[in-house]
Design a protein around this ligand. Structure first.
Ligand code: SF4
Length: 358
């Protein structure tokens, strides 16, 4: 059988320093080899076309091209920054919230993002679940009917072959309590050719009026929204799939209110719902991407009233140790005395609000 275009694209990713050197000079190859020993390199042909290699500050370059700075670890940084392992009752499954689980369907990604919070797993040649692991996962779901939602993640589950995706969907649909299935994928950004007719046919087979499929994708900068990406999103949305976006706040990439405003507005225009902006998790070797929380709150505050509510995501912190996510928010309301509140309008005016007895 002939490979499909997305598979050809995967074969043509930049994966070695010699290949990367054809695009950008590499100063210290020895150090860069150490960087790649911690986390592999892969950049898809689509993303290579979007990078301006003449500009060392190109946001897509910063997110995709390894840097020596990844070898600097802060003491606060962790191998497992959000405690996936602490909440993993069986291999390849994390059960952090009562009603949903994460399943690591593969640890492969089309592009290894340099800020990845699961870089300790995605960065190595880490095999995904075997058939035995999959059976164990399905048994676990049967034994835990409180789980209504399954999030297929990794790695990137849409880098699996069509038949593997269909296997997961058909097994999950046989668990009566599982009503919602989500794919967390960055292929819409880095490998839009993955949204093939064949994939759409498979997804369509497993959606009905009470069993939705969600795609949560990961655009971080408006420059990533190219015509091929818009087409890939449109094909999914036209089929009845809700596409949402989450991604981290990244220093020198999107830590600018104007860039985020443009990103969020362009996402809703292409029918992607901005869902979460994450405070960067404490993964080792990612400190050069980190923005202080205070700055993140101020950036999101500045967008209140400027960006339509349907385009404004929540700014979230995923707590270490598997403790769960919390919103990081500016306080617009302070109780001053009984039934009185000191409020701040979206435009910065101070207001008094008297609450009637009720
Ligand atoms: S696609 Fe997701 S899992 Fe893969 S490297 Fe990027 S952030 Fe990590």
């Amino acid at each position: 059988m002939q490979p499909e275009q997305w598979q050809i694209d995967l074969q043509h990713c930049v994966r070695t320093l010699d290949q990367l050197e054809q695009y950008i000079p590499i100063q210290n190859k020895e150090r860069m080899r150490e960087v790649l020993a911690n986390m592999r390199l892969s950049i898809t042909p689509h993303t290579l076309r979007l990078i301006d290699f003449e500009n060392p500050n190109d946001p897509i370059l910063l997110m995709s091209v390894p840097q020596e700075r990844e070898l600097t670890f802060s003491p606060e940084e962790l191998v497992d920054p959000i405690g996936d392992e602490a909440k993993s009752p069986i291999p390849f499954l994390t059960h952090r919230y009562p009603d949903r689980v994460l399943i690591y369907a593969t640890f492969f990604c089309s592009l290894f993002c340099r800020f990845c919070f699961r870089r300790s797993k995605t960065g190595e040649a880490n095999p995904g679940p075997t058939n035995t692991d999959m059976d164990r996962i399905i048994n676990y779901l049967h034994e835990h009917p409180e789980v209504e939602e399954v999030i297929l993640t990794g790695g990137d589950p849409l880098t699996l072959l069509d038949w593997q995706i269909e296997d997961w969907l058909s097994m999950l649909r046989q668990v009566p309590s599982v009503r919602r299935i989500r794919f967390h994928t960055r292929t819409l950004v880095n490998l839009p050719s993955r949204i093939t007719d064949g994939l759409l046919t498979i997804l369509r087979r497993y959606i009905d009026a009470t069993h939705p499929i969600f795609i949560v994708t990961h655009f971080n900068h408006p420059k990533e929204i190219a015509p091929e990406n818009i087409t890939a999103v449109a094909r999914l949305v036209d089929m009845g799939i809700v596409v949402r976006n989450q991604g981290p706040l990244l220093k020198d990439v999107n830590d600018d209110p104007a860039i985020l405003e443009e990103l969020f507005k362009r996402l809703v225009d292409i029918r992607v719902v901005p869902y979460y902006l994450h405070q960067l998790d404490l993964a080792q070797g990612t400190n050069h991407f980190r923005v202080p929380i205070e700055e993140g709150i101020a950036i999101m505050r500045s967008l209140q009233g400027k960006v339509t509510g349907i385009a404004l995501p929540r700014y979230m912190l995923d707590l270490p140790g598997g403790k769960g996510k919390i919103p990081l928010t500016h306080q617009f309301a302070h109780r001053s005395e009984s039934s009185n509140w000191d409020l701040e309008s979206p435009f910065g005016e101070s207001l008094k609000y008297h609450e009637p007895n009720c």
